[in-house]
Design a protein around this ligand. Structure first.
Ligand code: C2E
Ligand code: MG
Ligand code: MG
Length: 644
């Protein structure tokens, strides 16, 4: 039974109690009325006695004056007065009710009173007139029978009324008893219900307590519990004793799971993560106590108390990273999700908020370090975070203030000795700092979500610019992995092509291996859609990441760009040259042109040519330049290529 039903039942019972109480009061009043009625019939009964008084007076009169009689005048007068009193009473109250029913009784009473009035003078002279007693007796005698009859009728009438009232009394008595018994029963039920109500309230209270302290989805303690425990642990910290740490976890790319598979799958994944955490984090290890809690969203925190060395937290963190790296099977889907962890150790006089803030900062750095790892808080992280915040604010302003520009770097087709195209490279003209290199701000743009609008602008701008170039010169545009998670990428590209009128085969999109690292199926399908538009796709920075050959098989790239780190060290390290050679050979056998990046010297150019690369890019041919300076670059380049 719910609390609401209980309240209704109890309110009804109390209402019933009130009504029963009022009814009992009415019954009591009625009962008293009935008892009063019974006393009301006493005059009627007394009137019945008038007849016997009458006979008594007759006896006194008959005896009066007889020899040996001790009846004197006083005695006769006393009886007569009593009789007068009785006669008067018969004239009042309820006796009248009886008389109304029968005119004959009325006449009897009237005659009785008239006779008494007539007899009164005779009684007064009874001691002086020897005939008075006899005459009075003669006056009275005819009435004797009728009075006796009236008395008997009155008696019967009274008795009937008493009986009726007694029955009414009995009825009232039963009703009273019945209601009293019901009230007792209701009282017992009420006590039972109140007891149950109390227990329900107790349970509700317990549930509220659990709700306030437990995460409903995973069943783990929530942040309130962790904070309280942390506060408690901090008050017990002893100098040079064991300490406390907070490890702050954030699932890597959880948002993508939610976006791609829906919140239900997201929730199931969170439950599975909680189970894994429970499995790999024991409640205690020696003197160390661990408390896992869900902080909300995809964030979890672990409080370790009683630790002696930071390594104990590090060991736990790497265990967690390993455990969450294995695939999850949720709703028939195989999901990969990693975690990044930030660890903060407590120092004396620190507040829980400070420790949590430190852990959060360390987490931020763990994510910046490429995720799937853990970092301890370090004192300069705070400054770095401030600097990063400033950068974020500046970048948002840069978007609206038009501080971005595209520079273009030539890509040379070494076989034909001519410029094949230009790679568009983003530049930021910071109002105070001047030109900021993309490596510094592109990761921030990716993290803040600004990459989508900026990426669209880059594609649009590059297409617009390239449309003004000679028809055989293409433009290469770098795409961020984040842009592949945005379902609007294909539309953005086709819109930019349509708006600029650039032939699709003159647009080359450069992607890195990290694009293929994420949800492969979706990415490959997006790549195919892009290819269907007629654009070309190049694999950028090949050799730096996993360099998995399966990436080259998963999608037929139009070009492979060999990372500049190999080219840079080619002259000193034979292995680098060997790698360049083998990538060039691989490209040749797969029918893909290979571009060597970072060519700075003639020597390097010769080496990559010998290795079999088809194209080259680097400062040797030209640095990235604003669009307006391309005309000069074109002219200068032809000469250098011929020299080579
Ligand atoms: P990337 O796509 O591999 O671009 C080539 C980078 O190498 C450019 O750096 C270019 O200036 C530099 N470079 C070219 N030749 C030489 C050389 O001979 N020696 C040396 N030392 N460097 C050379 P930049 O412009 O600083 O860009 C760095 C990275 O930033 C790019 O690498 C690319 O990953 C990213 N990036 C640049 N522009 C964009 C953009 O519009 N969108 C996206 N998503 N990423 C971009
Ligand atoms: Mg590139
Ligand atoms: Mg590159």
């Amino acid at each position: 039974m719910s609390l609401r039903t209980f309240k209704t039942v109890i309110a009804n019972l109390i209402g019933g109690f009130l009504i029963a109480g009022i009814y009992i009061s009415v019954l009591v009043v009625q009962r008293q009325g009935a008892l009063q009625q019974i006393s009301v019939y006493n005059p009627a009964w007394e009137a019945g006695q008038a007849a016997s008084e009458f006979i008594r007076l007759e006896h006194r009169l008959a005896e009066f004056g007889m020899p040996g009689s001790h009846i004197d005048k006083d005695e006769v007068e006393l009886r007569f007065d009593i009789l007068l009193g009785r006669a008067r009473m018969l004239n009042e109250g309820s006796f009248q009710d009886l008389l109304q029913r029968n005119p004959e009784h009325h006449a009897t009473l009237r005659e009785f009173q008239e006779t008494l009035a007539a007899a009164q003078p005779l009684i007064a002279e009874i001691d002086r007139n020897p005939e008075a007693a006899r005459k009075a007796l003669e006056l009275l005698r005819p009435l004797e029978g009728r009075l006796a009859q009236l008395a008997s009728v009155a008696h019967n009438h009274g008795a009937a009324l008493v009986q009726k009232d007694q029955q009414e009394l009995i009825r009232l008595h039963w009703a009273f008893s019945g209601i009293a018994a019901s009230l007792i029963l209701v009282g017992v039920v009420l006590i039972f219900l109140l007891d149950k109500h109390n227990r329900l309230l107790g349970r509700a209270h317990e549930e509220l307590h659990v709700l306030a302290h437990q995460d409903a989805l995973t069943g783990l303690p929530n942040r309130v519990v962790l904070r309280n425990e942390l506060e408690h642990a901090l008050t017990r910290l002893k100098p040079n004793g064991r300490t406390v740490s907070v490890s702050y976890l954030d699932l890597d790319h959880f948002k993508d799971v939610n976006d791609s598979f829906g919140h239900e799958t997201g929730d199931e994944l969170l439950k599975a993560v909680a189970d894994r955490l429970r499995a790999c984090i024991p409640a205690s290890e020696g003197q160390v106590r661990n408390l896992i809690s869900r902080f909300g969203g995809d964030e979890f925190a672990i409080l370790q108390t009683g630790i002696r060395r930071p390594q104990e937290s590090a060991a736990l963190a790497s265990r967690i990273v390993e455990s969450l790296r294995a695939p999850f099977s949720v709703n028939g889907q195989e999901l990969f999700i990693g975690t990044s962890i930030g660890i903060a150790l407590a120092q004396r006089n620190m507040t829980p908020s400070q420790i949590l803030k430190h852990a959060d900062m360390a987490l931020y750095h763990a994510k910046a370090d490429g995720r799937g790892t853990f970092r301890f808080f370090e004192s300069d992280m705070d400054e770095q975070l401030q600097a990063r915040r400033v950068l974020e604010v500046d970048l948002r302003k840069a978007m609206t203030n038009g501080e971005f520009e595209l520079f273009y770097q030539p890509q040379i087709n070494i076989e034909k000795n001519e410029i094949g195209g230009f790679e568009a490279l983003l530049r930021w003209h910071h109002p105070e700092r001047g030109l900021v290199p993309p490596a510094e701000f592109i990761p921030v743009i990716e993290d803040t979500g600004l990459i989508s609008p900026l990426g669209d602008w880059i594609i649009e701008q590059a297409c617009k610019e390239a449309a003004t170039w000679p028809r055989d010169v293409h433009v290469a545009v770098n795409l961020s992995p984040i842009q592949f998670r945005n379902r609007g990428l294909v539309q953005s590209v086709s819109r930019a092509l349509a708006a600029s009128g650039l032939a699709p085969n003159r647009l080359e999109l450069e992607i890195t291996e990290s694009v293929l690292l994420q949800d492969n199926e979706m990415t490959v399908s997006t790549l195919h859609q892009l290819r269907r538009l007629g654009v070309r796709v190049a694999m950028d920075d090949f050799g730096t990441g996993y360099s998995s050959l399966s990436y080259l098989r998963s999608f037929p790239f139009d070009k492979i760009k060999i990372d500049q780190s190999f080219v840079r060290e080619m002259s000193q390290r034979a292995d680098c040259l060997a790698i360049v050679q083998s990538i060039a050979n691989l490209g040749a056998s797969l029918g893909m042109p290979t571009v060597a990046e970072g060519i700075e010297t003639e020597d390097q150019l010769r080496q990559i040519q010998a290795a079999g690369c088809t194209d080259a890019q680097g400062y040797y041919f030209g640095r990235p330049k604003p669009a307006r300076e391309l005309v000069h670059t074109l002219a200068a380049l032809k000469h250098k290529v011929r020299v080579a």
